[in-house]
Design a protein around this ligand. Structure first.
Ligand code: SF4
Length: 251
């Protein structure tokens, strides 16, 4: 089956979500936490700080951290956060129970991120993405935060573009997030070999659609999470089943 057909269908699915109206994003499935994270207008720094916390830990729990800190200090304004010392943040993140696996490191990153938002962005984190910057510029600005690597930088830019509908001047540098679901689906669709590395999947997505490689992220992740299970893929439920080489071999 032609790779082009597979590519085109994934892009079409991704484009459909990209073009759909903005919806409330269930980052954590805790309504209050998600309300804070969805409030880009008044609390854009909550989204940025959640991205900074999203490493070496379950994502849903990492994304809860801004809300849990706001509960403890009674608000989540940049002004209030800026008054907290690193050791106060460390205490807020460790008592009564740890909010992250690596409290010392993450409280340092959190503290530095708040300082950066104040100093570089005049306390308004939405300046990271406002004004229709290029995708590379947005990813680069995330990379300037301590603890943020290319994976999170690209994921942040993809969420801003795809889910928050923030306009960028281009989408070339928003990569696919090659997690376990995406890698499995890429392999079964015959887009890369089984056990391909993260880098191989990222570059394959770039090769398939350099204009916006990350647009294939959501369709692949959704297929992997719902029907393309590790042991027994439920191909009947999958919108790729008539062109997927694994499904056609099975039938
Ligand atoms: S058709 Fe089956 S094997 Fe192919 S991607 Fe879908 S669920 Fe996976």
């Amino acid at each position: 089956m032609s790779e082009r057909k597979i590519r085109d269908r994934l892009i079409r699915k991704g484009q459909h979500l990209f073009d759909s109206p903005k919806q409330f994003i269930p980052f954590t499935n805790v309504t209050e936490a998600d309300s804070l994270l969805n409030d880009l207008m008044n609390h854009p720094h909550a989204f940025v700080l959640a991205c900074v916390m999203d490493r070496q830990f379950k994502a849903e729990k990492a994304w809860l951290i801004p809300y849990l800190i706001s509960e403890k200090i009674g608000e989540f304004s940049v002004g209030r956060l800026h008054k907290l010392t690193e050791s106060e943040i460390n205490r807020l993140m460790s008592e009564p129970k740890p909010l992250h696996r690596f409290i010392d490191q993450m409280s340092g990153y959190f503290h530095k991120a708040v300082q950066r938002i104040v100093q570089e962005y005049g306390s308004d984190a939405s300046r990271i993405w406002n004004g229709k910057p290029s995708s590379a510029e947005v990813v680069y600005r995330f990379l300037e935060f301590d603890g943020v690597g290319p994976k999170i930088g690209s994921m942040a830019a993809n969420i801003l573009a795809r889910d928050f509908k923030i306009p960028f001047s281009d989408y070339f540098y928003i990569d696919i997030s090659a997690d376990v679901h995406v890698r499995r689906v890429f392999a079964r669709l015959g887009l890369c070999k089984e056990n391909a590395t993260v880098e191989q999947v990222i570059y394959k997505a770039r090769a398939l659609y350099s204009e916006f490689p990350g647009i294939m992220d959501w369709p692949c992740w959704e297929i992997g999470r719902t029907c393309c299970k590790p042991r027994d893929p439920d191909c009947h439920e999958c919108f790729m089943n008539d062109i997927c080489p694994t499904a056609t071999q099975k039938s």
